[in-house]
Structures are given as structure tokens and as C-alpha cells.
Design a protein around this ligand. Structure first.
Ligand code: WT7
Length: 653
């Protein structure tokens, strides 16, 4: 684990620049103590910054592992994100500034966004969608994605956004699990100059999803769908623009109880089936809005850009709900960072005068590799704050980001959180915290993070398991359709302590009490900022008729953080060929999506197993990363690993 040593030798500290600190939304370090003393009062104060149609009188009810926040209050997320701005001084302020990959653009002011959200809410009404019904959204990064989410929120329908890079099968599984009634998709989306055939994938998915009654299709690429326009299925499929044109632009928001579900979002776990993480309205929106204001220091004139996709939680919280709840101007970009050229992001920053920029370490490492000359071509002087999320950022990447993008003047906020936490949990406050490259620093005010050992004993300095020791407003409330798994996965790590949340990450704490997130301790990998369960990839491989058994492990990768290496045993009579190797990688892409394609596939007559038959992934990781093998004494057949290692080395050379 050389990475850990490197991190621990990191002592550079960057205090907030004076001018930044003076003007910051949050500048009083006393906030930490105040929030710690009475975290319920702290979060209630944050919640009161939202607009409630019925104020709450109760704050937290905590019967571990169940929490409710603001449970007798009523509010609507779309009102908080749109109406209250459109009603006032922000009426004509740009809410969403969008650019498509081909260079087409669209700006929606808060008033225009309200018109669109109301119309879409009316469309959902007309399709028979009721409060509590699930709506699946499978769209590219276009304004309609935000409009669809907010339209669902307006009527109390539960949105379930599925990342546009997922395959038809992944979409199908998520629709089936959520029992969604309506699917919102597009004819396609643009990615690196190609058209992603979303409608075709959607058609394949729906063929096996009995619950979908209606499909609303955004015309994005204007390419014929699946070869011919005829694949709009009569009675089921309708064009977005047709429905929106006829729809009423005044649709009052449905009052939602604070604990009514706002959305579900699927995320990878250690077993094959993705988990539908359930988020409710009041607590989620509170933490979402307040962390956006405090961590990104959002001011009236900022132009804020989060480069995530709305298909991930980052897009939910920090493209749609957080920034819009704060009345911000948000840039949204459809495509790839290197299309048509490697300076596309910096061109966008210059063109739109981006002041706050939030991206992932995997992107920063790619920018580093491409070279600083691409950023140098553009005027990035308006940038005043940089953010990072999704995986540990290595100190070199942090320093590069600071120097070449941030001009050595912008504070960097490295934000640790998860789909399950709803919003940021550990992060600097840019006007207060001295940052240090590679550390997400300290828990946000009102959030309680600790390092524990296996016996729930607190570790003050050193390595351990990250734990959240008190409930927080944005926490997941359950797993859709599998409440028992909620308890088992998140609140059973420390026996007899159902009050301790286990995020699944290991971390270190330094002498200053700063957290250094080290990554997942379970069989979940972080590939280019995407959480991928090894089990899901293994299931996809085993699904192929030639495969008998598969074990997938992560190996360090320069750009992606981690890459997948798959060890595959073939069925009797099947020959390991280069063609099969290619076919299996494609098979995984079709089953799950291209993000889950293994970099390496190693065919093996056997897999290293313990005598009880458990695959020894630790050894496979050693092999994949070219390390000396650890303890092999528990192996049933030690010859297996030696053979595998020889094979792997052959592959690398
Ligand atoms: C996992 C959550 C949070 C939105 C994007 C991913 C890793 C996330 C950081 C960070 C180190 C990080 C953790 C976490 N992670 N942010 N700043 N430093 N690791 O959401 O798909 O739910 O993944 O991403 O391992 O558990 P997600």
C-alpha cells in the first residue's frame, strides 16, 4: 500500500486566501462547535432556509437504524428549486445554461424553467402518474433531464434516473425493481461525435418490463430510431415536444410530507443486484441546499459547473437540487471532455465565465496526462473555487489542479460522500479550512464521522473503518423493496450498535484529525469515479455460455483509479481465444454498460480457492498488480496461483 505512505508524508497546507475567507458564506469557525453541541438545532436552522408549505415542529426522530427528519413538515422540492426564484428577483436569471456536444446551446431562466417544469408535471398527470408512482428517466445530459426530475418532484412521483451509459439490461433491471410506470428517454444522445442509441436500448429494455405504460421520447439527435421512425410504438410512445406543447403551464405543486420519497437511485453493492437507494424530501433537500451554499460558497453572480452526469447522485444533488435550491446559474454540458478537442472543458469555462468548477479525480488525471497546454489556451481567471468528488484524489493531481486550473489562487474542496448519504459529509469549508492535498479534511458541521476498529473502538490517529455515528438529514431511509438489506448493509457492521452507519470505506486520520479516504473495503471498485460491484461483473461474465466461473478484482490504474481484471474459467470444451476475450468484454458492456468492461481477461483452468471454496481475491489482486504474492498457505491448490501469475506476466509484457 505505497499510496498510503505517500499520503501520510503530505504536509503542505493551504489556508483560505484572506479575501476569500472574508467574503465566504461561512467564515466563522465557531460553526463546528455550535453544530456539534446541538446538531438538531443546527439542521433545523438549515431546513428553515427552505420554503415549507407547512412548517415542521419536530426535527429528528431516531430509533436506530431508522431516522426521520422534520416529519410533520410539508414542502415541495420543485417549489424550492424553481418557483420561489421565479416568483422574485431571480425571475429572469439563467437557471440552466446548457451546451450540447455538437455545440448547440440553450439557456433557461428561472421563469422559463418553471414553465417547463409545470408543463412536464401536467404531462405526467395526463399519463395517469400519481403521487408515489415511479418514473424512470434514461436521458443524455440535456435540460429535459432536470425538467423531468423536477416535474416528478412537483407531483410527488418518485424519479429513478438511470445513467445514459447503462445498457438495455441494466435499464430493464432497474425498471423492474422500481416497477416504474413511465419511462422518459430520448432518440439518442451525443458522445464523442457518436450517437448513443438510447431509444433502441429503451425498446429492448421495455420488451421485458411489464409495468411500463407510456414512453416519452425527447427528440435530441433527430436520427431515425432503431433504423426507422416507425419504432415509435403507437399507444405507448409519444414525443416529448408534442406532449409539452399541449400541456398546461400552470400546475400547482403537490405538498409533500418531509418524509415522502423524492427519488430512488440505484447503486452497486457487493451482491449481484443493484440497490435502489431511497431518499426523502425534507431532509435530503435541507442537506443538499445547505452543503451547496457552504461548500461551494455560492453567490448571486456565480456561474457554477458540476461536470457529473445526472445519472449519478452527484448530478442529482449538485447539478439539480442543490444549486437550483440556491437560485444559482448552472452550466450543464452534454458530452465528453475531449470532444472535439482536449480543451473543451476550458473552452466552456472561458465562454460561460465559470466561477465554480466541480469534477472528479479521474478527469483531473486525464487532464494531467493530456498536458497543461490545453487549459493555458483559455482564460480561466474567473474561476474562484474548485471541487473534487468520487474517489481519492492523489496529492499530485490535487497540486496540478490547483496550479493549472486554479491558477494557484482557488481553494479546492475535496468532498467525500455517497449515493447513500445524499449529500456531502466530509469536506473543507473553503473560507475556513486549511486544505492539504489528498485529504477531504473534516466532517461537515452537524455530521459526525469517526474511525473505528472492528470492535467499534475509536481510532484517533491511524487507519480504520470510516463510520458515521449520528443520523444526518440526507441519509438514505431504506433500500427500495429490500428493507432487511438496508439494515444488514449499513447498520450491522458493529454488532449491538445499530446506531453506527458503515459506509464501506477505509480511511486514515492524521495528527490534525483530518480524514484521508482510502477507498472501499468491500468488493466494490471505484472505476473512474463509478462504483462497480465485482459481483455484478462476475454475474455478467458467468451469464455467457462459455464461462464456468469468474472472479473480478480491481487493479491500480493511472487514469481510472482502478481498472477491472477478470479471471475466467471456461466451460469444458471451450477454447480460450483472443476472439472470446473480445466477445466477453463486449458481453459485459452489453449486460451492464461500457464502464464495467474489464481491462484484462485472464483465462485460467482454475481459480485460487481456500479449502472451503472461497475465491481468494487478495491473491488475484496481487497478481493483477504484479506484487509478490501474500500468504498462500490457506490455498487448496497453491499451483493454481503460480500458473496464473506466469500467465499474467505474459499478458503484461
Ligand atoms: C464512494 C461513493 C459521492 C458522489 C460520487 C460517488 C468514493 C466519493 C470521495 C472522495 C475519496 C470518495 C468512496 C465512496 N468517494 N467521494 N472525495 N474521496 N473517495 O458516489 O457512487 O455512491 O460512490 O465513492 O469510496 O464510498 P457513489
Amino acid at each position: 500500500m505505497t499510496d498510503i505512505d505517500v499520503l501520510l508524508q503530505e504536509h503542505r497546507k493551504f489556508p483560505p486566501p484572506d479575501a476569500f475567507a472574508r467574503a465566504a458564506n461561512v467564515s466563522d469557525p465557531g460553526i463546528y462547535e455550535r453544530a456539534a453541541k446541538d446538531y438538531e438545532a443546527f439542521w433545523a436552522g438549515c431546513a428553515r432556509e427552505l420554503e415549507w408549505s407547512k412548517p415542521f415542529s419536530r426535527v429528528l426522530e431516531w430509533k436506530p437504524p431508522r431516522a426521520t427528519w422534520f416529519r410533520d413538515g410539508e414542502l415541495n422540492a420543485s417549489v424550492n428549486c424553481v418557483d420561489r426564484h421565479a416568483r422574485g428577483a431571480r425571475r429572469d436569471k439563467p437557471a440552466l445554461v446548457w451546451e450540447g456536444e455538437p455545440g448547440d446551446t440553450l439557456t433557461l431562466t428561472y421563469a422559463q424553467l418553471l414553465d417547463q417544469v409545470c408543463r412536464f408535471a401536467s404531462v405526467l398527470d395526463s399519463l395517469g402518474v400519481k403521487k408515489g408512482d415511479r418514473v424512470a428517466i434514461y436521458l443524455p445530459m440535456i435540460p429535459e433531464a432536470a425538467i423531468a426530475m423536477l416535474g416528478c418532484a412537483r407531483i410527488g412521483a418518485v424519479h429513478s434516473v438511470v445513467f445514459g451509459g447503462f445498457s438495455a439490461e441494466s435499464l430493464r433491471d432497474r425498471i423492474v425493481d422500481a416497477q416504474a410506470k413511465v419511462l422518459i428517454t430520448a432518440d439518442g444522445g451525443f458522445r464523442r461525435g457518436h450517437v448513443v442509441p438510447l431509444k433502441k436500448n429503451a425498446d429492448d429494455a421495455i420488451a421485458e418490463t411489464p409495468t411500463i405504460e407510456h414512453v416519452v421520447v425527447v427528440r435530441r439527435t433527430k436520427e431515425p430510431i432503431g433504423g426507422s421512425p416507425a419504432s415509435m410504438k403507437a399507444g405507448r410512445d409519444q414525443w416529448w415536444h408534442d406532449l409539452m406543447a399541449k400541456a398546461s403551464a400552470s400546475r400547482p405543486a403537490t405538498a409533500m410530507n418531509a418524509e415522502d420519497i423524492l427519488f430512488t437511485l440505484y447503486t452497486s453493492g457487493t451482491t449481484g443486484k443493484p440497490k435502489g437507494i431511497v431518499h426523502t424530501t425534507g431532509g435530503y433537500l435541507t442537506q443538499c441546499a445547505y452543503t451547496t451554499k457552504a461548500i461551494f460558497d455560492l453567490k448571486e453572480d456565480d456561474v457554477y459547473w458540476c461536470t457529473a452526469d445526472v445519472g449519478w447522485v452527484t448530478g442529482h444533488t449538485y447539478i439539480v437540487y442543490g444549486p437550483l435550491a440556491n437560485g444559482a446559474t448552472c452550466l450543464m454540458y452534454e458530452g465528453a471532455p475531449d470532444w472535439p478537442a482536449k480543451d473543451r472543458f476550458w473552452e466552456l469555462c472561458e465562454k460561460y465565465g465559470v466561477t465554480i468548477f466541480y469534477t472528479a479525480p479521474t478527469a483531473i488525471r486525464a487532464f494531467m496526462k493530456w498536458g497543461a497546454q490545453h487549459a493555458k489556451k483559455h482564460d480561466l481567471s474567473k474561476l474562484r473555487l474548485l471541487g473534487s468528488v468520487g474517489e481519492p484524489i492523489n496529492p499530485e493531481a490535487w497540486m496540478w489542479y490547483r496550479e493549472h486550473i486554479g491558477g494557484d489562487r482557488c481553494p479546492i474542496v475535496d468532498t467525500w460522500w455517497q449515493t447513500e448519504t445524499g449529500a456531502t459529509m466530509i469536506s473543507p469549508l473553503p473560507g475556513i479550512t486549511k486544505t492539504t492535498p489528498g485529504s477531504a479534511t473534516v466532517a461537515f458541521p452537524g455530521i459526525f464521522a469517526e474511525l473505528l476498529d472492528n470492535n467499534a473502538k475509536r481510532i484517533d490517529v491511524g487507519g480504520g473503518l470510516l463510520a458515521i455515528t449520528k443520523p444526518w438529514p440526507g441519509m438514505l431511509r431504506t433500500i427500495w423493496g429490500d428493507d432487511e438489506r438496508y439494515v444488514r448493509t449499513y447498520f450491522s457492521k458493529w454488532p449491538g450498535r445499530p446506531d453506527l452507519y458503515f459506509p464501506g470505506d477505509g480511511a486514515k486520520r492524521d495528527d490534525d484529525g483530518y480524514f484521508w479516504i482510502l477507498g472501499r473495503v468491500d468488493d466494490v471498485l471505484n472505476v473512474a469515479g463509478h462504483r462497480i460491484g465485482t459481483m455484478e461483473v462476475e454475474s455478467a461474465l458467468v451469464d455467457h455460455p462459455s464461462v464456468a466461473e469468474a472472479a473480478v478484482v480491481g487493479k491500480a490504474h493511472e487514469l481510472k483509479g482502478q481498472a477491472l481484471a477478470a479471471f475466467v474459467t471456461l466451460r469444458e470444451g471451450t477454447k480460450p481465444t483472443t476472439e472470446l476475450n473480445v466477445e466477453l468484454r463486449e458481453h459485459v458492456a452489453n449486460k451492464i454498460g461500457a464502464i464495467a468492461k474489464p481491462d484484462d481477461i485472464i483465462f485460467s483452468a482454475d481459480l485460487p480457492k481456500t479449502r472451503s471454496g472461497k475465491i481468494m481475491r487478495r491473491l488475484l489482486r496481487d497478481i493483477a498488480e504484479g506484487r509478490t504474492l501474500g500468504d498462500t498457505t490457506t490455498l487448496a491448490d497453491p499451483a493454481v496461483v503460480a500458473a496464473l501469475r506466469d500467465q499474467y506476466e505474459g499478458l503484461e509484457s
